[in-house]
Design a protein around this ligand. Structure first.
Ligand code: ADP
Ligand code: AMP
Length: 221
């Protein structure tokens, strides 16, 4: 049985942090649209360079580009058993496309876990975030520091501050989230697959609650 899960929430909510932990625990592939864009940018592909124009502005990359990139990723054989989606969908149009892509293979989204966090907290988290250049693991200078400052615990790669994590970009990204992504909470609520988690809690507590929700979704699927 395949398992398609979505982590939804504003920038800084902890989607990437939780997706990594859950993917390990559940042996599911973690697919993050932001990571795919950053990989493409580093490889200097036309897609990566185009996407960076939007990412640098704190805007969403247009739906058409994003949907085809994610559809291509989901078509690969390593996604057959399911994936933990992080950062996708971010618009209603993307959600509709995801539904169609999965329906074509007789699957559907089993659970959308919405990680709710207040804006003040988001700003503190985004301000202290660092990301691994190699494996894209995320850390926080206070809340989740690496063992060796500046270096990734997971792979030993160098940590950097994403350009879109500069303070000037935070509020813009949160505003874009509220306008374009927040409507997905209602969208998935109506489809009765949304569950909300209080993302203000410690990383381990959020993880435990998410695991419980996933377990419940698996039993009822
Ligand atoms: P998102 O993927 O939703 O943008 P991240 O997983 O990158 O969010 O987390 C944003 C920042 O907040 C990172 O620096 C991360 O270490 C930190 N963080 C994530 N979850 C928590 C939490 N529950 N409590 C405190 N800090 C957290
Ligand atoms: P993230 O790593 O999820 O914080 O994403 C970083 C940036 O990549 C976002 O601010 C957007 O510019 C872009 N991006 C990531 N996922 C999407 C998506 N599903 N739709 C549009 N843009 C996206």
């Amino acid at each position: 049985m395949s398992m398609f899960l979505v982590l939804l929430g504003p920038p800084g909510a902890g989607k990437g942090t939780q997706a990594r932990l859950l993917a390990q625990e559940l042996k599911l592939l973690h697919v993050a649209s932001g990571d795919l864009f950053r990989d493409a940018f580093r490889a200097e592909t036309p897609l990566g360079l185009k996407a960076q124009e939007y990412i640098g502005q704190g805007e969403l990359v247009p739906d058409e580009v994003t949907i085809s990139m994610v559809a291509e990723r989901l078509a690969r054989s390593d996604c057959a058993e399911g994936v933990m989606l992080d950062g996708f969908p971010r618009t209603v149009e993307q959600a509709e496309a995801l539904g169609r892509i999965l329906a074509q293979r007789g699957a559907c989204v089993a659970l959308v876990a919405y990680i709710r966090v207040r804006t003040e907290t988001l700003l503190l988290r985004l301000g202290g975030r660092s990301t691994c250049m190699s494996c894209q693991a995320v850390y926080h200078v206070l809340y989740n520091p690496p063992r060796r400052p500046g270096w990734c615990d997971a792979c030993g790669g160098q940590l950097y501050q994403r350009p879109d994590d500069m303070p000037s970009a935070h509020r813009k990204r949160i505003k874009v989230y509220l306008n374009q992504t927040a409507p997905l909470v209602e969208y998935y609520q109506e489809r009765r697959i949304l569950a909300t988690v209080d993302g203000e809690q410690d990383i381990e507590v959020v993880q435990r609650q998410l695991l419980e929700l996933v377990g419940r979704a698996m039993r009822t699927q």
